[in-house]
Design a protein around this ligand. Structure first.
Ligand SMILES: Nc1nc2c(c(=O)[nH]1)N[C@H]1C(S)=C(S)[C@@H](COP(=O)(O)OP(=O)(O)OC[C@H]3O[C@@H](n4cnc5c(N)ncnc54)[C@H](O)[C@@H]3O)O[C@H]1N2
Ligand code: MOO
Length: 387
């Protein structure tokens, strides 16, 4: 590991995001399923009025003139009604186009039918054309996150695709001879928990995550080969383990070997400080997640999720808030990311080698450098993608 001073945590988040944003792929028209989770690259404009025609809000009778009204057929949703004559009524379904000439609708439950005539209180119980939007109106500005309701509205407003930034392809490369992919941990060897877990977090953070690679043998040659294999079909490769200076920690040497340059090399955060972000000459990213499983997740939260947000054209992921139910110690000059539940209590089993606390957490309470958290205090909460 080259000797650089760890970057302050808040700055590391912003640096990772800015690197992603600057490298975001050109916006293209993407089908909804691929656009969701990105940001609009152009304003979303209504292709038609919304509703495109007056639409009944109730099941009832559309009427014209003075009652009682003579019943003349029915109009269902999806049909085009004929114009309504004076003193006539047509049975109408919720969502059906209101006939021209209609002056009111009587709700079915308020109507009385007798001898082919209907009577009851009529009101304008329909949605006017263009009530939600008029043709050509900008519904959302460029940069708006494409959430599921934005997709729904885009469909309602007549679109089939959205101009947005494609999901970055990602691969996870798991380093470590000591790792097992089946059975129980034994004889100095432990089950790989990161290969099965991290891709789901990447998916939740907006990536198209391919299957994990590894465990990779603890030699420099094997590390370099695995990195090259992963980079061949990924925009971002997340490695796990090997970030430190142990006898078989080859990540830094492998990065040098493939000519990658550091964007971030260590972050002033506990746990997780050996995390890093590097970039290859052809602009692909490599995130080095520490091997301790909770530390690896902290690297996803701190560097990878902001990077992916930038690559999708989104703003830096906002932090939530947590009201601490108990005191939380600081970590000197480092930011402390402390697992808390929804009530603001610290979770047991929160060691950096453990996932048990994380699995039941609301997120990481952020205790800044040279600070401590006090019971009752509201602090920022770093959210874990997919949790
Ligand atoms: N001399 C020092 N040693 C260590 C320091 C230090 O400052 N000085 N920092 C510690 C910290 S903090 C961390 S975090 C780890 C980072 O280690 P590496 O990224 O090099 O990871 P490994 O050594 O390969 O593994 C650490 C630990 O995690 C287990 N592990 C690794 N990968 C997986 C996986 N896919 N699934 C489950 N568990 C995994 C591995 O068995 C080790 O127990 O360095 C400390 N050391
Ligand atoms: O940074 Mo290590 O991640 O404290 O366990």
């Amino acid at each position: 590991m080259t000797s650089t001073s760890p970057l302050p945590w808040a700055e590391a988040r912003e640096t990772a995001w800015a690197a992603g944003y600057a490298a975001r792929p050109a916006a293209v028209e993407l089908p909804f399923a691929e656009a969701v989770g990105s940001a609009l690259a152009a304003p979303l404009v209504a292709v038609s009025d919304l509703p495109a025609f007056p639409t009944s809000a109730v099941d009832g009778w559309a009427v014209a003139g003075a009652g009682p009204w003579r019943i003349d057929g029915e109009v269902l949703a999806g049909q085009v009604p004929k114009a309504l004559g004076l003193d006539q009524a047509v049975k109408i379904a919720t969502g059906a186009q209101v006939p021209e000439g209609a002056e009111g609708i009587i709700r079915l439950e308020h109507s009385k039918v007798e001898d082919g005539l209907v009577d009851g209180p009529a009101a304008r119980e329909w949605r006017e054309a263009g009530e939600e939007a008029v043709q050509g109106e900008a519904l959302f500005a460029a940069g708006t996150p494409i959430s599921p309701p934005v997709v729904g509205l885009a469909a309602a407003a007549g679109h089939a695709t959205l101009p947005s930034h494609p999901r970055p392809a990602t691969r996870v490369v798991v380093f470590g001879d000591e790792l097992l992919t089946s059975g129980v941990s034994r004889e100095g060897r432990v089950r790989d928990s990161l290969g099965p877990m991290v891709p789901h977090m990447l998916t939740a953070a907006g990536a198209a995550a391919g299957p994990s690679i590894g465990p990779v043998e603890d030699t420099l040659e094997a590390h370099v080969a695995a990195l090259r294999e992963a980079l061949a079909d990924a925009d971002l490769v997340c490695t796990t383990g090997g970030t430190m200076v142990g006898p078989v920690d080859h990540l830094h040497a492998a990065l040098a070997e493939i000519g990658a340059e550091y964007v971030i090399n260590t972050v002033a955060v506990r746990p997780g400080f050996p995390m890093l972000l590097a970039r290859t000459k052809d602009g692909k990213f490599i995130a080095g997640l520490p091997g301790n499983p909770q530390s690896a997740v902290i690297a996803v939260v701190s560097l990878v999720a902001p990077l992916l947000a930038g690559l999708r054209g989104l703003a830096l992921p906002p932090l939530g808030a947590a009201r601490l139910a108990e005191d939380v110690p600081g970590r000197g000059g480092f930011t402390h990311l402390a697992l808390v539940d929804r009530a603001g209590h610290r979770l047991g089993h929160h060691g950096s080698a453990m996932l048990r606390g994380l699995a039941g957490a609301a997120g990481f309470a952020v205790i800044g450098p040279e600070q401590a958290g006090a019971a009752g205090q509201t602090v920022e909460l770093a959210l874990v993608p997919g949790v």
